[in-house]
Write a protein that binds this ligand. Structure first.
Ligand code: SF4
Length: 280
């Protein structure tokens, strides 16, 4: 028996399960017992049909969550719905859709991802021992600013920042809040860096600096052969522009070319048998 099945049984066998908010109302079975004005679809409506207008969806979700918050089995319900099952070798939530235990599917998914991140084992050291990563780490140990780190590591700022970001992930640190000091401490702990070379800071320098765009560091480096430069056509002076030829037609004769040697005449333009005669 998996944890998920046990948690579902605990929820269904809870002494107050029959009083749950999303149970069918005794008089109108398609409405919720916890709020007789609320349809049972309120807990799962949008997940089955994504065409629901946003305003209606938000109102419905809020009403359903309010019922959940007064539900006597909310904790057991959330424990079951947020438990993890294995499907095809991949982990997923026991109830990936709908509102369960007072939480929207999106909230439960976010919590699930956060839990996975906390439980994930750090990457093996061999993945972090690439020459470029080690150079960036050594540079970060003695420098603070992004430019100085990049220069000391012999790479551009963007590459240095990207490697710092990769190291934060591989050392299982939080990308949003990890500091330079934490990154270096984790690297020392993993044997990637010698503690003696680390220069301390005030503890507030982020492990990964926010993205910057400088004049010598364009946002997109495009190869000219891949993205050819498109030049606007140069303006031609009015006097040098070719003149438009004026074409005039007379009944029975239509000059097609103004060169004297090639004048075609449509003699059959208005004739009954539409016969074309061209004179060269
Ligand atoms: S917590 Fe919400 S979804 Fe769970 S049983 Fe109660 S009312 Fe239903």
């Amino acid at each position: 028996m998996t944890d998920s099945i046990a948690l579902r049984m605990a929820w269904e066998e809870h002494p107050h399960f029959r009083y749950r908010g999303c149970a069918p109302d005794a008089d109108v079975p398609w409405m919720a017992a916890g709020d007789p004005s609320l349809s049972l679809d309120a807990w799962h409506g949008e997940d089955r049909d994504g065409s629901e207008p946003q305003r209606e969806r938000l109102a419905r979700e809020q009403a359903a969550v309010e019922v959940c918050l007064n539900c006597p089995v909310m904790v057991a319900c959330d424990a079951y719905a947020s438990s993890v099952v294995s499907e095809g070798g991949k982990a997923r939530l026991a109830e990936p859709a709908g509102i369960w235990g007072g939480r929207l599917a999106l909230e439960r998914h976010r919590a699930f991802i956060r839990r996975r991140h906390e439980m994930a084992a750090p990457a093996p050291s061999r993945l972090m021992k690439t020459p470029q990563k080690l150079r960036v780490l050594e540079a970060l140990a003695v420098h603070v600013t992004a430019e100085a780190v990049a220069q000391a590591a012999g790479v551009d700022v963007r590459t240095a920042n990207w490697q710092r970001s990769r190291l934060v992930t591989q050392l299982n640190l939080d990308k949003q809040s990890a500091t330079r000091a934490q990154l270096l401490a984790a690297a020392v702990e993993r044997g990637l860096l010698d503690a003696a070379v680390v220069v301390a800071d005030d503890g507030r320098v982020p492990a990964v600096p926010p993205p910057t765009k400088t004049a010598d560091q364009p946002a997109v480096l495009a190869e000219p052969s891949v993205l050819p430069v498109q030049r606007a056509p140069e303006a031609v002076p009015r006097a040098l522009r070719p003149r438009r030829r004026r074409v005039t037609a007379v009944r029975g004769q239509l000059p097609l070319f103004d060169e004297p040697a090639r004048v075609a005449t449509v003699t059959a333009l208005y004739s009954p048998n539409c016969r074309l005669e061209a004179a060269a």
